[in-house]
Design a protein around this ligand. Sequence first.
Ligand SMILES: C[S@@+](CC[C@H](N)C(=O)[O-])C[C@H]1O[C@@H](n2cnc3c(N)ncnc32)[C@H](O)[C@@H]1O
Ligand code: SF4
Ligand code: SF4
Length: 349
Amino acid sequence: MEILGMDAKQLLNLINAQLVGWTKFLGGRGFPLCAIQLLLTWDCNLRCKYCIVKEELDMFSKKQIDLRLVKNLMEQIQRNHFLKPWVHLTGGEPLLHKEFTNIARLLFENRINWTLATNGYFLKKYAEAVCDFGCFCVNVSIDDIGPAHDEIREKEGAFKRAIEGIKFLEGFKTMRNKRNPHIAINCTINEKNCTRLHEIYDYLESLPVHSISFQHLSFGPQRISGVDLNRNIAEKIDIVGLASSLEKLMKKKGRVRINLPKSVRKNDLENYYKPDKGRVSGSCVFPWLFLFVAPDGRCYVCDRKIGDLKKQNMQEVWNGDEMHQFRRSLLKGKALPCCFRCCWNIPSK
Ligand SMILES: C[S@@+](CC[C@H](N)C(=O)[O-])C[C@H]1O[C@@H](n2cnc3c(N)ncnc32)[C@H](O)[C@@H]1O
Ligand code: SF4
Ligand code: SF4
């Protein structure tokens, strides 16, 4: 996703740099809520090897968010927010939600800027909804080419379906004469693809996509389940091969924009992939800006459950006691265990 000529990661880094200083003035209070990651369901048709929410998929099985809860959330946003927060639909696999089209319509009718993360398997089926109901960007997860993607995603035919979905959506946009949604690819780096990222780019570049982001896997203490993921990822990564492939990516001048992770040099990669997870200290503004809402209405920030939309309204969650205490504790001290290899990947000092 690109805004003002920056990819999402650059934009997040800029937001963090500009706003982090304000957190000590705000103390426990948050900025007006800027973005909600709305997890529509814990259901998923895949079981990808390194899925960050694999434990949750198994723990909470096929839990889906209640449409009434989404409606209620929209009403609260309309009532309380001059600048409406951006909503990112994810999961599990959000396109498995039985009411996906109705949720997309609700977002559209409430003039919410929204984006979607999907494994692409059902993209063709929902191309009309994402196109007609104003989705700004669809992030399709593709980790490798053909059978290698299917292997990491543990589903035969997953690659073919994702590619078909991308092409169909682009065709649909052309038919509707629309520029949005942008189609972006998110490729997570694993031990099988880490030395071939530049080749994967060469292959995917022929697709009608706007950008391809390469992302290190997060592993370590999990946000919601609290399970400590030790999937031996670190020791399997070929650091030298990965550094060389990332360097080749940096030199590419292809049609499709490349978004690279923050750690690209050998030294940084060695630090990131240290098997004994290190700690980073630093400051991060995101607990003052962003909120995760799980399919059962529980709200999370970083590794903390800080509220429940079935019992509280959004303002009570966002500026309630739990959230205040959590933010103050962050201001006092160090990074959390989950900061290291966090997807936001902000603390860097
Ligand atoms: C958890 S998935 C949910 C949406 C959808 N099911 C999908 O796969 O795109 C959201 C994104 O997180 C990525 N992801 C999964 N496991 C990850 C991990 N351990 N570290 C970093 N990203 C991960 C996926 O590849 C995907 O792009
Ligand atoms: S498709 Fe997405 S949610 Fe499902 S297992 Fe894979 S990464 Fe996890
Ligand atoms: S886990 Fe750490 S890096 Fe990630 S959003 Fe929370 S404070 Fe920021």
